[in-house]
Design a protein around this ligand. Structure first.
Ligand code: ZN
Length: 214
């Protein structure tokens, strides 16, 4: 990981407008088949956020923001799989159907794809850990990052906290995320942890979007 923000640039603050622009990026976290009902590590009702995410994609495109998507992208012998002594069933194996993005997701052509956890010996839970995400954001001069996707208390939480450490303004769009909630309030606790670190919680209306109900 390297620092994205240069010291000469003005620092974005929570008081600045939340309306996305060219210096913004929408990051779609782990919207892959294995994390949806029918997948090997399914999050119940995870698919309910897809229509809202598609509306966000349209809005951020209109605002000329960058669109990026992270994906879990494991080799077959990944250490997080139960056969290798890890906690999870095999999921998101590179090239498999389970690793593909949800068929109803309207991912635009030219979206930047960030593949994570590709090292068989290492599991990671942050879009910034060992990936090109920070470089992509720097290339786009994106200092505000909006997060949607799965799952609130795992990849989203760690990605957001790492983004804060890099000096990025992180905005969690809480009407387009979903948690696993092994304990009922896991998602809410993760959100409170993110906010305590300086993350902004927002919904569509807060960022100037007016979506039609589907
Ligand atoms: Zn994984």
């Amino acid at each position: 990981m390297k620092l994205v923000k240069k010291s000469t640039e003005p620092t974005a603050t929570a008081q600045d407008s939340l309306v996305p622009d060219k210096q913004s990026a929408l990051v779609l976290v782990h919207l892959q088949n294995d994390f949806f009902p029918g997948g090997s590590l399914a999050i119940p009702e995870g698919d309910h956020i897809i229509p809202q995410i598609n509306q966000y994609i349209g809005y951020f495109q209109h605002q000329l923001s960058a669109i990026m998507a992270t994906r879990d992208w494991h080799p077959q012998n990944h250490c997080s799989f139960q056969e290798q002594g890890g906690p999870w069933p095999p999921h998101c194996v590179q090239g498999s159907r389970g690793a593909q993005f949800h068929a109803n997701l309207h991912l635009p052509n030219g979206s930047l794809i960030i593949s994570g956890a590709t090292n068989p010996k290492k599991d990671i839970h942050s879009g910034f850990d060992g990936t090109s995400l920070a470089d992509y954001l720097e290339d786009r001069h994106a200092s505000t990052v909006y997060i949607v996707g799965l799952a609130t208390e795992y990849w989203i939480n760690q990605t957001v906290l790492d983004g804060m450490k890099l000096g990025l303004r992180m905005v969690v769009l809480e009407d387009a995320i979903c948690g696993v909630n092994l304990k009922p309030d896991d998602s809410e606790q993760a959100l409170q942890e993110m906010v305590a670190a300086g993350t902004i919680r927002a919904t569509a209306i807060d960022i100037g979007a007016q979506f039609t109900r589907e």
